[in-house]
Design a protein around this ligand. Structure first.
Ligand code: SF4
Length: 317
């Protein structure tokens, strides 16, 4: 049994993608503007391997762009760079993210032959009106078909979703989460929609046609989604965007519920509800809350929020 799971992330910018979703400026989101050279990928793998425990389960992950939009020979150059590591057993698998309308039997067979074990699709919403208003260029049916094909090829399925896209509501976001479960995803990621400079969403925001979620709304929506995924054993790999230097600096970020510790805020809020329910159940404020391993920070809360909200509570590991 591996003691831990580690991912070596390789960021692929939007150069591969012929689309332009209303919110997307991948140059900013990935913090990088050109496809990486193969030797850079190899260097990155070596650098990461040198710092990872030898008994960890390791995967190379091609994130950020739309991998299967690349011409097949280009896809294969990247996948082939990982093959020696797979053969030597230094890396156990490859994962990648792509669009649901760039998946078919031929593409999947090639990925499977090259050791890809997980494909994450940017579903974003499973509501056709929201997809159209977001310029996604694919439908819910495309996500459903691609999901089925991926599972038929014996590859793990991840479905990423966004909240707060044009036309989205809390109920529609929850419906998307329920469909992600129904489509057979093993993994998900939840990203709040941010308004980034250089996108058409930024124009709509400036014209008052788009209003992003507040941070409080985003946390509140995500609580319900997280509960849904937990109840259905779908692993939430990420809550909130990775805080690149550009996003942290706010230079390109115009508006939206960005927080460097977004996940902590959501899990703090979930623990807040749980503690409040226990207090109501026991009919007193001096309760002892049992906290599973790895959850103490969330139970106590981001910035000790829950400790401050419930000062008489004892937290027990
Ligand atoms: S599919 Fe992905 S990379 Fe392409 S425009 Fe949309 S968000 Fe950007």
């Amino acid at each position: 049994m591996p003691t831990s799971y580690r991912v070596i992330p390789v960021f692929m910018p939007m150069l591969a993608c012929p689309h332009r979703c209303v919110y997307c400026n991948q140059y900013v989101i990935s913090g990088q503007q050109k496809l990486p050279d193969i030797h850079e990928v190899v260097e990155l793998i070596e650098r990461n391997l040198s710092t990872m425990p030898s008994d960890a389960h390791k995967r190379v992950a091609f994130f950020g762009g739309s991998f299967t939009c690349l011409p097949e020979p280009v896809q294969n150059r990247y996948l082939d760079a990982v093959q020696p590591y797979l053969k030597e057993g230094r890396i156990e698998g490859i994962q990648l993210s792509t669009r649901p309308d760039y998946i078919d039997d031929h593409i999947l067979q090639n990925l499977k032959n090259k050791g890809v074990t997980l494909v994450e699709l940017g579903a974003q919403s499973l509501d056709d009106d929201i997809l159209a208003r977001s310029g996604r260029g694919h439908t819910v049916a495309d996500v459903e078909n691609a999901s089925r094909l991926i599972r038929q090829h014996g590859i793990d399925l991840g479905l990423q979703m966004m909240i707060g896209l044009p036309g989205d509501t809390k109920a529609k976001a929850l419906r998307t989460a329920e469909q992600i479960v129904a489509f057979g995803a093993t993994y998900t990621r939840i990203y709040p929609t941010l308004v980034v400079d250089g996108t058409s969403l930024a124009d709509d925001y400036r014209n008052g046609k788009y209003v992003p979620l507040s941070l409080e709304e985003a946390v509140d929506w995500c609580k319900g989604l997280y509960r849904c995924f937990q109840a259905n054993r779908v692993t939430v790999l990420r809550l909130g965007l990775h805080p690149t230097t550009d996003l942290r600096g706010g230079e390109h970020l115009l508006a939206g519920p960005f927080h460097v510790s977004f996940k902590e805020l959501v899990l703090t809020a979930l623990w807040h509800d749980r503690i409040a329910e226990q207090i109501a159940r026991e009919g007193r404020e001096e309760v002892t809350v049992l906290v599973p391993p790895g959850e103490m920070n969330y139970a106590v809360g981001y910035g000790s929020a829950n400790r401050k909200a419930f000062p008489k509570v004892t937290y027990q590991k």
